[in-house]
Each structure stands twice: as structure tokens, then as C-alpha cells.
Design a protein around this ligand. Sequence first.
Ligand SMILES: Cc1cc2nc3c(=O)[nH]c(=O)nc-3n(C[C@H](O)[C@H](O)[C@H](O)COP(=O)(O)OP(=O)(O)OC[C@H]3O[C@@H](n4cnc5c(N)ncnc54)[C@H](O)[C@@H]3O)c2cc1C
Ligand code: FES
Length: 257
Amino acid sequence: MKKIIQDFEVRENKSLSNVHFILELRSPSELPDIFPGQFAEVLVPGATHTFLRRPFSIHDVDFKNHTISFFIKCVGEGSTKLRTLQKGDMLNVMLPLGNTFGLDLTGKALLVGGGCGVAPLFFLAKCLHEKNIALDILFGACRKEDISLVSEMEKFGNVHVTTEDGSMGEKGLVTAHTVLKDISSYSKIFCCGPEPMMKAVAALAKKNSVDCEVSLENTMACGLGACLCCVTETVEGNKCVCTDGPVFNINSLKWQI
Ligand SMILES: Cc1cc2nc3c(=O)[nH]c(=O)nc-3n(C[C@H](O)[C@H](O)[C@H](O)COP(=O)(O)OP(=O)(O)OC[C@H]3O[C@@H](n4cnc5c(N)ncnc54)[C@H](O)[C@@H]3O)c2cc1C
Ligand code: FES
């Protein structure tokens, strides 16, 4: 798959909350093929300690207008610096990296996103919707302020929300949401979020024999399979999350679930 490393121009930097924002970038040339689940490595400009590129999922793509966007949570120097970028600033980005979610399915799919896990699920939901796949989308977070993009996702399917403090949607963990009572009605589950949450969703999927893919966010450096800092244990031995993933079928992971 063709990869590019080039400067993109910031089109918009839209704040969604105290910590979340969407960065929209425009490529000076036509974008290569990009599929849901893939990510980019971003070189953060002017950050004193952030010399390694930072990985971010492709949140959305507009091939006609040569734009891509990232949904980002501020957690440290790199992401906080990206929040300060202004329209017209330039950002060096390498993309597309990694594998993709499996889009070959029939029947109804469930997308489960925890916190920042919504980032790759938007592009996935858009592509599945274009393929006329019926979707339920379940978001989980600690509190209402951590839930984003509900109205945007409603264009693609039925959106359900859980918060641990009950400030929005059902109170509790995503795995306790009533939509999962009928888990066998889904032909596939796609999940992205904190690892304990993905493991809990994977356990439910496995128990009910529902196909399930998860997107891992192991710490990365090179993003190209060279440094081996992102490996995860699979039934076929250790695999690099950056090149063999980030999307894995739960049956291929050596998870204790
Ligand atoms: C394939 C992949 C896709 C990703 N997609 C997204 C995305 O779409 N949106 C997004 O906001 N983030 C995403 N991440 C996480 C993102 O890469 C990190 O949050 C970012 O690199 C942190 O850089 P920083 O310089 O801001 O923080 P640093 O200064 O590097 O770290 C600050 C703090 O954040 C913690 N931290 C660093 N990385 C992570 C992580 N992966 N998860 C939780 N805590 C972390 C560190 O342990 C440290 O405590 C993704 C990660 C991977 C591997
Ligand atoms: S990040 Fe270097 S091998 Fe995966």
C-alpha cells in the first residue's frame, strides 16, 4: 500500500471539550488509498521533548478535497502542542500506516468506543454505512464531558451511551449496556478504547460466538515495524501492532479473557 510523508496544511483545529479536539489537514496532492483502522505518524512541531512522531488514528478522510482529520485527546506535550496549531500552519505526517478493519460482512454490526476509541470508529461507521450495513454504536466514558460526536455518528446508526457516573445515557460500564443483552443479533463487533474495556467486550463476544475485532494502541516509536517497541502476543507469536495491527481479531490475541 502506497505511503506518503509530507507537509499537510492545517485547515481547521476545532475544540470539542477541555481536552478533545479535531484537527483537519489538507494534502497538497491527491491522497493515497486510506482505509478505516489505519493510522498516521505525526511529527509535532516545536515540542522540546517530543522528537518521536506520535501515532493518531485516521478519524475521517475526504478524498475529493484531499483532507484528513484526527480526533485527539490532550495527554502530554505532543498532543497539547497539536491543540495550539492554527489554520495555515504546516504539519509533517506519514500515512497510511497499519492494517484495516475487516469490512466484509453482512447483517448488523456493533461499534463500541471507549473514551478516545471513538477516533477510528467514525471513519469505520461512515464506510460501513456506505455499504448499507446496519449499525448500532455504543459509547462509554467516565462522564458526559468525555462523550463526543453523538450527533455526527447518528448519521450512520443508532447511538447508545453509557457513563460511569450516570451523567449521560445508562449508568455503568459499556459491557452492562442493555444493547448487549441481544449481542447474538450482531454479525460482528468492532471495538476501540482502553485495554480493560476491550478485553471485557472481547470476553462477551467470545462467550456469544460473535466475530470481534479490536484496535490496539500500544506505545509506538517508528510506526514501521523496525524498533519492535509495540509488540503484542498473538497465537502466531509476537506481532508488531504498527504493521501487523493495529486491528486484530480477538481470536488471534493471547488475551486472558
Ligand atoms: C495506533 C494508535 C492510534 C492512536 N490513535 C489516537 C487517536 O486517534 N487519538 C488520540 O488522542 N490518541 C491516539 N493514540 C494515542 C496517542 O498516540 C498518544 O496519546 C500520544 O502519542 C501521546 O503523545 P503526547 O506527546 O501527547 O504524550 P506523552 O508525553 O508521550 O505522554 C503523556 C502521558 O500520556 C500517556 N500516554 C501516552 N500514550 C498513550 C496512549 N496510547 N494511551 C494512553 N495514555 C498514553 C503517557 O504514558 C504519559 O503518561 C493512538 C495510539 C496508537 C498506538
Ligand atoms: S513502533 Fe516500531 S516496530 Fe512498531
